[in-house]
Write a protein that binds this ligand. Structure first.
Ligand code: ADP
Length: 294
């Protein structure tokens, strides 16, 4: 099996339609997670987050984005990479992800042992935005490597090679986590948190969310409003035991199914109800909401 930093699911490619430059595609043999948006990734601001990101990047302050899944954090970072003309390196953290996956490792290539930089090392060297998505999922040794990068020292120590890399002036560290469903065991350590400025994300306000769904799907505005109304109803089900209500991402999926000609009720069942829960009672509760809205 390939090591995690060679796996597509460890390092996500951009999900926005912005094409990648050929240079970014070929510069490294495993450059799947590194890209430079050429077209503006669509992002509808919800507050002053664009100005705050720009100020933090200029002041070398790392950022912590917190909020529920599917509410626009990743798209925001993609947009900021485009605005700031910096490459973006995204790593989706998971519980097998180690410091070596971020920093690099020795690999055997053509009978020779060669050092291959990991995504964090490449970002530090080229001055990219490094986005560590769901950082609390990663193994604890990853915090050891990000600490000196996330304070005034701004350097990366690569233990295995004995090298210390001062971060490029444009290097910018962004991490995200979802406080809603992370257990106390997976809380960020205070010593880690206190290196970051924090931006709280939530689902956009109804009019903005409807505009986002319309832009992303081409669905007609009245249907977008209905989808947002449905999403808000499911978000209220959290008190009744649903882990999380429908995210903006799920509304986008649902809208795309509708635009492709799927009946709205069936689209909601497929993209929302059955995705949110396996509990038959909860599925029925969402189905009632769908029937009330459509
Ligand atoms: P997160 O990183 O918070 O899990 P994403 O950034 O992947 O979520 O958002 C999921 C989808 O929702 C995006 O692909 C995009 O289609 C849409 N989206 C959510 N919020 C916004 C926004 N403010 N502007 C543009 N698109 C958004």
């Amino acid at each position: 099996m390939l090591p995690p930093n060679n796996r597509d699911d460890a390092c996500r490619p951009p999900r926005s339609p912005a094409p990648r430059s050929p240079l970014a595609m070929t510069a490294h043999p495993i450059a799947v997670e590194e890209y430079r948006p050429e077209q503006e990734p669509y992002y509808h601001p919800v507050g002053d987050e664009v100005a705050l990101f720009e100020a933090a990047a200029a002041g070398h302050i790392p950022l912590l984005l917190k909020g529920p899944t599917g509410c626009g954090k990743t798209r925001f970072v993609e947009h900021m990479a485009w605005r700031l003309h910096r490459p973006l390196v995204t790593v989706s953290c998971h519980d097998d992800l180690t410091a070596s996956d971020l920093v690099g490792r020795y690999l055997v290539k053509g009978g020779e042992v060669v050092w291959v930089d990991g995504p964090l090392t490449r970002a530090v060297k080229v001055g990219a935005i490094c986005y560590l998505d769901e950082i609390v999922e990663a193994r604890k040794d990853t915090t050891v490597v990000i600490h000196p990068l996330a304070d005034d020292r701004r350097y990366l120590t690569v233990e295995k090679t004995g090298q210390v890399h001062p971060a490029h002036p444009d290097f910018c560290l962004v991490i995200s986590y979802n406080p809603g469903y992370q257990s106390a065991l997976k809380e960020l350590k205070v010593s880690t948190r206190q290196r970051f400025a924090s931006l709280a994300f939530d689902y956009p306000a109804p009019a903005v969310e409807a505009a986002v769904v319309a832009h992303e799907t081409g669905l007609d505005p009245a249907r977008c409003d209905q989808l947002v109304r449905l999403a808000q109803m499911t978000r209220n089900l959290k008190e009744q035991g649903l882990e999380e209500g429908a995210s903006t991402r799920l509304l986008v999926h649902c809208g795309r199914l509708m635009v492709a000609g799927i009946d709205p009720v069936r689209a909601c069942e497929t993209a929302i109800a059955l995705t949110l829960t396996d509990d038959p009672e909860m599925v029925a509760a969402v189905a009632e909401m769908v029937a009330a809205v459509f």
